[in-house]
Design a protein around this ligand. Sequence first.
Ligand SMILES: Nc1ncnc2c1ncn2[C@@H]1O[C@H](COP(=O)(O)OP(=O)(O)OP(=O)(O)O)[C@@H](O)[C@H]1O
Length: 365
Amino acid sequence: MTVTHLEGKGFRNLLDFSLSFGQGVNILYGDNAQGKTNLLEALWMFTGSRSFRGAKDAELIRFEEKKASLTLQFKAQGRDQEAQLQIGDGKQALLNGVGPSPVSVLNGQFCAVVFAPGHLSLVKEGPEGRRRFLDQAICQVWPKYASLLGEYHRCLHQRNMLLKDVAFHSQLLDTLDIWEHFLSSYGGQICSIRMRYLERLAPTAAALYGEMSGDKEALYIAYHSKAQGVPWDKSIEEALKQSRKDDIAAGYTTVGPHRDDLKLLLDGKPAKNYGSQGQQRSIVLSLKMAEADVLKGITGEQPVLLLDDVMSELDPRRQDTILNHAGAGQVFVTCCDPAPVVRLTEGEVFEVSGGMIRPGLFKEE
Ligand SMILES: Nc1ncnc2c1ncn2[C@@H]1O[C@H](COP(=O)(O)OP(=O)(O)OP(=O)(O)O)[C@@H](O)[C@H]1O
């Protein structure tokens, strides 16, 4: 998958632009707050997902403007394609001239993997971010997984409402059975798919981490569930029944895939508690690059890698591993100082300054 051209109007602080990109590494450099991340975000929007910064649609539109539009030309599935995004009163997409349609039509059509500094929360914070990482990655390879998650959360909402009512109307207790049955069925499928995905992701991420650390440190990734057991649907149903009393007291469902986690261990110890900044950053990068590899293995398409401010806090070996690995496909990497990146890899260079993007190297090395 390769981005050949991107045009934008009214997007964030970026002045209207029309840019062609190289097939390998594209380096976007400039001082802080010039628009580098905004450009990555513009590309990311074509995956059909929400902004990787969690921005609302209105925040993507330039101050004082009412709408923004982006046009992407890319090569995928062996042919040239074009996608357009209109952001204004809602968000709509056109794919190869067909539309306007909901942006979900872009799911699985244009694939990208993004690393942004905020993603360090994947290691540093609670399980929610790790579940989101896993679920988003799976949605890119199996778009139907998104509707399975939707059904699961719909049933979860129903059970949670009922848990609150049961505390006052005990005759409703039997009604819990039906929602627990549905939750176990959808939840069982979710857990099985997550496990199948992890069987591919975990060894790839561990190998990449090993390469980054010169095989001095070992990364171990495992799925962690309170309802662990085989088969999943039976173990979830059992766990839900066992936790009924606690759940009624809490007023929400305390077991199931919406509470599961990924264990990230470095040399056998939780990376969250013991990993250094550089190690934590390397873990997230290993996960992200492994996500790209798995996506390629399943769909045959190498996703575009978007790396925002990736180099800081990494020693030269780790930087080198990333750029070498990323070099297999197309990558967009942002940095303040282009010199170290330019030294490590060849590629197209773009200066981003005050929202203006210019191809070429304008800073002294
Ligand atoms: N909707 C918007 N309209 C106009 N400007 C915006 C909008 N949203 C964000 N900005 C501005 O865009 C600027 C650049 O943001 P961006 O995150 O792309 O910076 P950056 O070049 O990646 O910087 P850093 O190196 O610090 O990460 C910020 O100053 C921000 O105020």
